[in-house]
Design a protein around this ligand. Structure first.
Ligand SMILES: Nc1ncnc2c1ncn2[C@@H]1O[C@H](COP(=O)(O)OP(=O)(O)OP(=O)(O)O)[C@@H](O)[C@H]1O
Length: 229
């Protein structure tokens, strides 16, 4: 589902590579943590999958898309197969919960009756039924992240990328969000989550890919964050 082959990325304004000869293969339906200290290349890794950046060398595949060679006009198609969740939620402040989720479907041209049907379904899936008409600032941080996950998932993407999704949440709320991401993963969606959160990685015992200075230094099938880090 996701394959990087010997991928290197050197940003124009930087001397050291952000990624160096990274090869990772993630199968459909896997749940993978991408870990490593600040500056190790996690965000760069995610941005390459979305074609927000292009590698200096190497090949990037997402589903059937050869991401580097993809014609610019087909980039929106690629992005429709990938849902994204961020640390800072990125909700539209002046739209309600339901409108935030509906908007993701409106921009890709889904018909109104479909939107009307699937938005309540996905809000129920993430545990937000009854809160459809609230504005983001009327919700807790955990609830806001649920809206963001609903929005990322409503189009049933093949891949869900989560960049520090629990970074702004307390430990209990973080656990709830992880249960939700697990539930989404069980529907067959491949989940790739960049995180610094030791306790989450240690409690989930999923595959762990660790970056350090742009290189993969570990790829464990059922990993922990690591001792003394
Ligand atoms: N747009 C950019 N231009 C130049 N250098 C960049 C750019 N984005 C990232 N870098 C550099 O690339 C390296 C990897 O950064 P990246 O943001 O991928 O790391 P990260 O692991 O996601 O860090 P964090 O956990 O702090 O988000 C760093 O040295 C960073 O300074």
């Amino acid at each position: 589902m996701i394959r990087l082959e010997e991928v290197s990325k050197v940003y124009k304004t930087s001397t050291r590579p952000a990624l160096e000869r990274v090869s990772v293969n993630i199968e459909k339906g896997e749940f993978v943590f991408l870990i490593g200290p600040s500056g190790s290349g996690k965000s760069t890794f995610l941005r390459l999958l979305l074609r927000e950046e292009t590698p200096s060398k190497g090949r990037v595949m997402v589903s059937n898309f050869d991401v580097v060679k993809l014609a610019r006009r087909r980039v929106p198609r690629l992005r429709q197969t990938i849902g994204c969740v961020f640390q800072d939620f990125r909700l539209l402040a002046n739209k309600t919960v339901a409108e935030n989720v509906a908007f993701a479907l409106e921009v890709i041209g889904k018909p109104a009756p479909t939107i009307k049907k699937v938005v309540p379904e996905v809000l129920e899936l993430v545990g937000l039924d009854g809160k459809a008409d609230r504005l983001p600032n009327e919700l807790s941080g955990g609830e806001q992240q649920r809206v963001a996950i609903a929005r990322a998932f409503v189009n049933r993407p093949l891949v869900l990328l989560a960049d520090e999704p629990t970074g702004n949440l307390d430990p209990d709320t973080s656990q709830d969000i992880m249960l939700l991401l697990e539930r989404i993963n069980r529907t067959g969606t491949t989940v790739l989550m960049a995180t610094h959160d030791h306790s989450i990685v240690d409690s989930m015992r999923r595959r762990v890919v660790e970056l350090q200075l742009g290189r993969v230094i570990r790829d464990d099938a059922r990993g922990v964050y690591g001792i003394g880090r």
